[in-house]
Structure formats: structure tokens, C-alpha cells
Design a protein around this ligand. Structure first.
Ligand code: ADP
Length: 452
């Protein structure tokens, strides 16, 4: 095909043709006029050439601008497409074509929904319908198919423009691939979830550890308690076999002797043995009492029952009760100071004082002093003897269950009395102290609230 002639050449041909048609005779040409005309023509020609040049430059600039806009449209970092009311692609830039993985020629004239999964396509059509009413397509995310590659998530938004064709408004849509962004966000979310999970696992572990610790402590306490009970049981068996056997042996031999003396008619010899039997029974009862008290305390079965108590009267009864236990020639000398009335648990108080008096009687040969005093809301009871006393290095263990000092081997006892006294005093909010000089005697002092 012949090369196209430049525009100005074509125009010149046309002009020359026109001039040729003009009859030369019509021109009244003098030389002068011809010269002027010549000049005019030359000027026109220059002018025309200049205009021509300007036109060429303008055209060049237009072509450049067009190229720039094409470049801007096609290679924008964002996908751009123009859809009509039915969602058909009127135009699409190269970035959007690349996103869909399909060439522009195949995309133009096709509905965008063709590159979507059915649910998504309906979503787009609904939104588009709304956009053509309101003028804007608010941002929405769609799942699009990408030819030959994995699907992608597109974030689209757009505006509707009416433009020249009133009947065919168009929606200009910007489209961005946000797959990686969403994946990163999901990853971040998962990371945060894991982090939270990790914290809660840590918290759970800590709680579990605390429970295990608590449980271990409870178990070891239970084990310790059981160990103590077992120790107590074996101590009880030891004591029962030794201590309870002694009074029974004494009773048995005394009964045999009494029978013998009776058969011989020696009634004068009987009395001391009757006394032996009495004191053995007392011992036996005291030991049983101790065990019963301890067992009740262990079971937490001792209930405090406070009542009005006339102290001197209460002690008088107790003294009478103890007369059978006193050794020959031994007395309890009693003194009271202060108000006589207290509010206390009579039974528990009786047990406490009884235990202290028994010890004082048992570990001495001479009189025992008992003092009671009420002062400033406190009841003080003091039991004093002048007996064997307590060895200094045994004093610290005195209140331990089953403990007996090394100087009492020849005396009957269980080593339970003082520990029971201490437990009873706890129930009454009282305290106990003692002073003792070996070989000289001991003083035990208890203090209790007088009336609460
Ligand atoms: P026990 O049944 O052996 O008397 P207690 O618990 O009553 O048991 O007393 C513990 C130990 O304290 C006694 O074995 C004894 O060594 C010592 N003891 C208690 N009271 C006296 C006292 N008044 N004089 C000397 N020692 C005492």
C-alpha cells in the first residue's frame, strides 16, 4: 500500500487545483501588482508553514498526552474497570486484566460475574443495582477466579457516571487484590489467638499447679494425722498393756490376800489391802478417763457449755471427790481471793483442775496447795506441791502427748494428762504455765477469762 501523503501536501494540491481553475486573463497584472502579490503570497506561505508547524507540534503533544493517559490507565497500580448496569465489562485496564489472568480482548463485553463463584456473582449484581440508584458502589470484597492461578480476594468500590449517554450510565470501579493483606491479617489474628491461648494455658497450668500444691498439702496433712493416730494407737496399746495391768494385778493380789487373812481370821490385816484396791481402782479410772478425754478431743466432740459457777463451792466438791486419792497424811489446802462467781464450763474446768491435783498428789508426799483468784476479769488457779519436781531438760517437753519425765519411772501414768489440760484450756481461751525445781516441788498456774 502507498504511504499516506502528509496533510499539508494534500492541502497544497487542492489549493493549486483551485488556482488553476481561475482564468489568468481575469487578473489585471502589472509588474508592480504582480510583485506585491508575490510578496503577499510568500508571506502567506510562510504563515501557512508556521501554522502547519504549530499544528504538527500540537498533534505530537496530543499523541504524547494520549500515550501518557493510556499508560496511566493501563499500568496504574490498581485494577480499573467500567461496568454497565448488567455488570458487563465495557473497558478494563491492563492491571485488572492481569489480576483476572485474561487478555483484554477476551474480557471486553463479558460480564464480570463470569469470573466469580455463583454466590459472589449474585452479591455483586445486587450491589451494582443499588449503586446505579445511589450513585456509589461502597467498598466490598469478592472472591474472583484467576485464570491459571489461584483465586484471589478483590476489594472493589466505585462510582456511577452518566456521561454523554443518558440511557447507558456506567460504573467505574477500582479493584485491588487484597489476598495477601487478608492472609496476613488472618495470620496476625491466628497469632494473637495463639498468644491468648498460650496465656490461658499458662494460667490454667498455674491454677493446676496451685490445686496440686493444695491437694498435696492436704494429703500430707491427712497422712501426718493418720501417722499420729497410728502412733497414738500403738502408744495406747503399750500403755494399756502396762499401766492398766498394774492396778488389775494389785487388785487381784489384794483380793487373794484378803481371802487368805479372812480364812485365817486375821481381819486386822485386811484394811490395808482394801486401801490398795481402792487406789488401784482410782488409777485405773484415771487412765481410762485420760483416754476417753483424748478421744473426745480428737473427734472435736467436746462442746463448751458455760454456766454460773461458785468457785469455792465447786472446789469443795472436787476436794471431796479426791479424798480417796490422797496419800495417808496428805491434804489439799485451799484458798480463794476475789469475787467468787465466774461463768465457765464446769465440766472442763473440773477436768483441768482434777488433772493438776492428781499430779501434785501423785508426785509428792506432803500437802498440796490450791489457790483460786478472780481479778480484773481473770480467773487464776494455782496448784502447788513440794514433791519430786521436774528435771530441767525435761521441762520443755512436758505438754507433749505421752511424754513422761525420767524421774517418774516408779509412778503410774500415761503422759497424757498435761497435753489434755492444754487442749481443754485452748477451748476455754486459757493458758498454763509452771515453775519447778527438781527435788523441791512444782507450781502449775492456769489463767482463764472469768466470765466469757
Ligand atoms: P502422767 O500421766 O505421766 O502424770 P502428765 O501429762 O500428767 O502425765 O504429766 C507429764 C509429765 O510431767 C509427768 O510424767 C511428770 O514427769 C511431769 N509432771 C507433771 N506434773 C508434775 C508434778 N506435779 N511434779 C512432778 N512432775 C510432774
Amino acid at each position: 500500500m502507498a504511504a499516506k501523503k502528509p496533510l499539508h501536501n494534500t492541502l497544497r494540491d487542492k489549493a493549486e487545483a483551485k488556482v488553476k481553475k481561475l482564468p489568468l486573463s481575469a487578473l489585471d497584472l502589472t509588474m508592480e501588482k504582480a510583485r506585491v502579490m508575490m510578496h503577499e503570497l510568500e508571506v502567506h506561505q510562510v504563515e501557512l508553514e508556521m501554522q502547519n508547524q504549530e499544528l504538527r507540534e500540537a498533534q505530537h503533544r496530543l499523541e504524547e498526552a494520549r500515550d501518557q493517559y493510556t499508560d496511566l490507565f493501563d499500568f496504574a497500580p490498581i485494577g480499573y474497570l467500567i461496568l454497565d448496569k448488567k455488570g458487563v465489562i465495557n473497558n478494563i485496564n491492563l492491571t485488572a486484566c492481569n489480576l483476572l489472568g485474561i487478555e483484554r480482548v477476551h474480557l471486553k463485553g463479558k460480564p464480570l460475574s463470569a469470573y466469580m463463584f455463583s454466590g459472589e456473582a449474585n452479591k455483586l449484581l445486587l450491589k451494582l443495582r443499588k449503586a446505579f440508584k445511589t450513585g456509589t458502589l461502597p467498598a466490598l470484597e469478592l472472591h474472583l477466579k484467576r485464570n491459571g492461578n489461584k483465586d484471589f480476594t478483590a476489594l472493589i468500590h466505585g462510582i456511577v457516571v452518566v456521561g454523554g449517554n443518558q440511557d447507558n450510565p456506567l460504573c467505574r470501579i477500582a479493584m485491588q487484590d487484597v489476598t495477601e493483606l487478608r492472609e496476613a491479617e488472618a495470620l496476625q489474628q491466628r497469632h494473637e489467638d495463639l498468644q491468648r491461648e498460650k496465656e490461658s494455658i499458662q494460667q490454667y497450668n498455674e491454677e493446676l499447679e496451685a490445686i496440686v500444691k493444695k491437694r498435696t498439702k492436704e494429703l500430707s496433712e491427712a497422712l501426718e494425722a493418720e501417722k499420729q493416730i497410728n502412733e497414738m494407737k500403738s502408744a495406747f496399746i503399750t500403755i494399756a498393756s502396762h499401766e492398766l495391768r498394774t492396778p488389775i494385778t494389785i487388785i487381784k493380789s489384794s483380793v487373794i490376800l484378803i481371802e487368805k487373812f479372812k480364812n485365817l481370821g486375821r481381819y486386822d490385816k485386811i484394811d490395808p489391802h482394801v486401801e490398795h484396791i481402792k487406789s488401784s481402782i482410782n488409777n485405773f479410772t484415771a487412765i481410762l478417763d485420760d483416754f476417753l478425754s483424748l478421744e473426745k478431743l480428737e473427734r472435736d466432740a467436746v462442746r463448751v457449755k458455760k454456766e454460773n459457777l461458785e468457785i469455792p463451792e465447786f472446789i469443795k466438791d472436787l476436794k471431796t471427790e479426791m479424798e480417796g486419792i490422797l496419800k495417808p497424811g496428805q491434804h489439799i489446802n485451799y484458798y480463794h481471793e476475789g469475787r467468787t462467781e465466774v461463768i465457765q464450763d464446769k465440766n472442763i474446768l473440773r477436768h483441768i483442775i482434777f488433772n493438776l491435783l492428781i499430779n501434785a498428789i501423785k508426785y509428792s508426799e506432803t500437802d498440796v496447795t490450791l489457790r483460786t483468784q478472780t481479778l480484773n476479769g481473770t480467773l487464776t488457779v494455782m496448784v502447788k506441791d513440794e514433791g519430786i519436781g521436774i528435771p530441767l531438760d525435761d521441762q520443755k517437753n512436758l505438754f507433749k502427748r505421752f511424754f513422761r519425765a525420767k524421774n517418774v519411772k516408779d509412778f503410774q501414768g500415761t503422759g497424757l494428762g498435761l497435753s489434755i489440760v492444754e487442749r481443754y484450756l485452748d477451748l476455754l481461751n486459757g493458758t498454763i504455765q509452771f515453775q519447778s525445781i527438781p527435788g523441791k516441788g512444782s507450781t502449775f498456774t492456769i489463767t482463764l477469762p472469768q466470765d466469757s
